[in-house]
Design a protein. Structure first.
Lengths: 160, 102
């Protein structure tokens, strides 16, 4: 009855960054889990909160500085407009592969049963209020609450 | 490999997806659904017909596309096929497993 063969039952994904590539990675992993019949919950903390902040989520950028995969000299990546350029190029590519924008992606996650939690400590630190955030977040909770959500066999945690 | 589903011999792959859509019949779909603990309602069939239509048009499937299909929204899709909806419904529809990540 209590047989457990090591399968993944639940993914707990912590998003601490607001760069577009990290936000998308976290969203794709959460959605991909649900598509496989795996439960998924997300905890948005520190800069990761921007991905669920109503006014900021439309304006997330790709990192052009400190990102070796951009194959761009760091000095150049810091020039005005560089991030915007890289971001608009990436968004165009994403549209081609049918990748939703951040807001639509949140709607998809929510409809798929992904639970979305905002970190209480980070919310206080940035002086964000619940009404600043995406309407369908589940709640604002502590780290301890989040760990409790993850209890049970077959839960995996991922920090992005 | 060959498998007998609802009394009909069909070719399936190692995951149980039909490899020849021409062999699919509604009773085969119902039987695959039963194995997944799903009783097919008229709503299920609407979705399955849509999936088969997309397959015939060689149009790749994704969760996002299901949501924009006008046939079913994502929430209801998960209610109809609770466990891995895109995979399960594709298997029932007799079409290949979608290779999409979104």
């Amino acid at each position: 009855m209590n047989e457990f063969n090591g399968e993944i039952k639940k993914m707990m994904i912590i998003l601490s960054k607001a760069t577009l590539e990290n936000v998308y990675a976290a969203f794709v992993l959460a959605n991909g889990a649900r598509m496989e019949g795996i439960e998924a919950e997300m905890f948005f903390t520190f800069f990761g909160l921007e991905a669920i902040h109503k006014k900021k989520l439309e304006h997330l950028h790709v990192a052009t500085v400190g990102n070796p995969a951009m194959h761009m000299p760091t000095m150049l990546g810091g020039l005005p407009g560089m991030e915007a350029l890289a971001t608009s190029m990436m968004k165009k590519e994403m549209e081609k592969i049918d990748m939703p924008d951040i807001h639509e992606f949140l709607d998809i996650l929510k409809a798929s049963g992904v639970r979305l939690w905002a970190c209480k400590l980070a919310m206080e630190m940035f002086h964000y209020k619940k009404e600043d955030m995406y309407d369908d977040i589940d709640d604002i909770i502590t780290v301890g609450d989040f760990y409790k959500q993850g209890s049970g066999l077959g839960t995996h945690m991922l920090f992005i | 490999m060959e498998k007998t589903i609802a009394g009909k011999a069909v070719a399936v792959n190692e995951e149980g997806y039909l490899t020849n859509f021409a062999q699919w019949e509604p009773r085969v779909g119902s039987e695959i659904a039963k194995e997944a603990n799903i009783d097919l309602s008229p709503r299920h069939w609407e979705v399955i017909n849509y999936l088969q239509g997309e397959f015939k048009n060689e149009s790749p499937l994704s969760i996002r596309k299901i949501g924009k299909s006008g046939v079913v929204d994502i929430k209801e899709f998960y209610q109809l096929f609770p466990n891995a909806p895109l995979k399960t419904s594709s298997k029932i529809a007799g079409i290949p497993k979608p290779a999409s990540c979104i």
